[in-house]
Design a protein around this ligand. Structure first.
Ligand code: FAD
Ligand code: SF4
Ligand code: SF4
Length: 425
């Protein structure tokens, strides 16, 4: 792996986005001998998967999968990675693209040993984006403990303050560079794979489900962070209003999905995500009751269906077929009543629980942040692969909602498409 050293050549491939899809495309292409530039806007690789507690269906921690990929990248001189980097402009045609990339300053150089002295010296606390604002972190921080590249970041929020100076003075390795500036880089590549992934749908836009209004209503990605040992509560699932261990939790499926007012499509993974999160709750609290309100349970394929059947057999998990119409909070207890119509019996169901998880869907990053290239999008913002034109391809959730396995398969296919562009050149 070479970091931040460009050797531009149009015989090489640019991968934009260092989530699981981008990592896979980059590795597959590099391991057959192609030079790859991997551009990631975050300060670390791994994308959304790095924020998960466990993967369905095996329920292993995402660190297993990611660490193997990080090791393969470290060992491969064909891959150059650029973090805190974004593509600004793409010009050219298949086989011959000129790409302008902007690198934002990290204020910490490669001398960093992750000793943590700058973090200890820094007094300012900032909201943690990685944990969806559920806790605060220091202005000098490591994004998470297995972050790759393993290097601290000084937040731009403390630049110019006394605290930034204290971080510099605390560093014994001359790794803090407060003069670091944004840089630009020009790359010549033959093919581009956009693996820019997804964002959790903004649940504050859903007007009937109380997110942002009632503290004990959280999203599924917040639940992943709450359940994670490296999360804001060190893996203890507690409700936000009073840190109580919940005795009952409701999951609201299709929260803002399959609804013309919000996301009209099915996000593919949020049924499986809630079934998985039911296991987090049941493991942590053996007496807790879990209520899952759904329109249809989508558990595609034999393995996922088996996973669903296992959860269904749990006598403390109640699956209710019915779309949630409203939620109400009791201000005295913080408890939330979920109201739905049972689609099987036709009865109105009112279930009071201590905490609610909204199974919000995936929105492609490109839906809100159009990419600076001549790409086609569908009406929901997913990039359409134009194989006839070739040259630029979309992998993983940039192309459609997908789980990790399908993202990896799709990303491998796109590595091949990129290679074919170079070979045909
Ligand atoms: C609650 C929840 C739980 C889930 N649990 C599971 C599970 O247990 N098992 C499973 O298989 N799947 C699970 N998933 C799905 C899984 O998260 C996705 O399959 C996976 O994240 C897809 O990876 P990706 O690389 O396509 O996208 P992402 O993970 O979104 O990665 C995209 C990367 O691109 C970067 N990027 C974006 N735009 C730019 C840009 N313009 N320039 C540079 N970089 C950019 C981003 O910073 C990010 O690092 C879950 C999803 C949810 C919502
Ligand atoms: S920047 Fe310096 S003080 Fe901070 S973790 Fe790295 S080596 Fe340690
Ligand atoms: S995966 Fe399930 S919860 Fe998600 S949109 Fe599809 S049906 Fe709804």
């Amino acid at each position: 792996m070479t970091e931040n050293k460009a050797a531009p050549s149009n015989g090489s491939i640019l991968v934009v986005g260092g989530g699981i899809s981008g990592l896979t495309t980059a590795l597959e292409a590099a391991e057959v001998g192609y030079d790859v530039f991997l551009v990631e806007k975050n300060s670390y690789l791994g994308g959304r998967v790095a924020q998960l507690n466990k993967y369905f269906p095996k329920l292993c921690p995402p660190s297993c999968g990611l660490e193997i990929n990080f090791r393969r990248i470290k060992d491969n001189p064909k891959i150059s990675i650029f973090t805190q980097a974004e593509v600004e402009k793409v010009e050219g045609t298949p086989g011959n693209y000129e790409v302008a990339v902007k690198l934002s300053p990290r204020y910490v150089n490669e001398n960093c040993t992750c000793c943590g002295d700058c973090e200890a010296a820094c007094k300012t606390e900032i909201s943690s984006d990685f944990n969806f604002g559920m806790n605060k972190i220091k202005g000098a921080y490591l994004p998470f403990e297995m972050a790759f590249p393993a290097r601290y970041v000084i937040s731009p929020q403390i630049i110019g303050t006394e605290d930034a100076q204290k971080c510099k003075e605390a560093c014994k390795y001359d790794a803090v560079d407060l003069e670091m500036e944004a840089e630009s880089l020009n790359l010549q590549v033959g093919a581009i794979v956009w693996a820019t992934g997804w964002e959790p749908y903004d649940a504050t836009k859903i007007d009937n489900l109380g997110f942002g209004q009632y503290p004990n209503i959280i999203t599924n990605m917040m639940m992943e962070r709450l359940a994670s040992p490296n999360g804001p509560t060190k893996g203890k699932i507690t409700r936000p209003s009073d840190d109580k261990e919940p005795e009952s939790i409701a999951f609201v499926q299709c929260a803002g999905s399959r609804d013309e007012n919000y996301l009209p499509y099915c996000s593919y993974i949020c049924c499986m995500a809630s079934l998985k999160q039911a296991t987090y709750v049941r493991e942590a609290y053996p007496d807790a009751k879990v209520y899952i309100f759904y329109i249809d349970i989508r558990s595609p394929g034999q393995r996922y269906e088996k996973f669903y059947q296992t959860i269904k057999e749990d006598e403390n998990v109640f699956l209710i077929k019915g779309k949630v119409a409203e939620v109400n909070e009791d201000p005295d207890t913080g408890n939330v009543t979920v109201v739905a119509e049972n689609a099987v019996t036709g009865e109105k169901v009112k279930q009071t629980v201590e905490m609610v998880v909204l199974a919000t869907g995936m929105q492609p990053t490109a839906a809100t942040d159009k990419l600076p290239a001549d790409l086609k999008y569908n009406e929901d913002g997913f990039i359409i692969n134009d194989f006839e034109k070739g040259g630029m391809f979309a992998a993983g959730c940039a192309n459609k909602p997908a789980d990790v396995v399908s993202s990896n398969q799709n990303a491998t296919g796109m590595a091949l498409k990129a290679i074919q562009t170079l070979v045909k050149r």
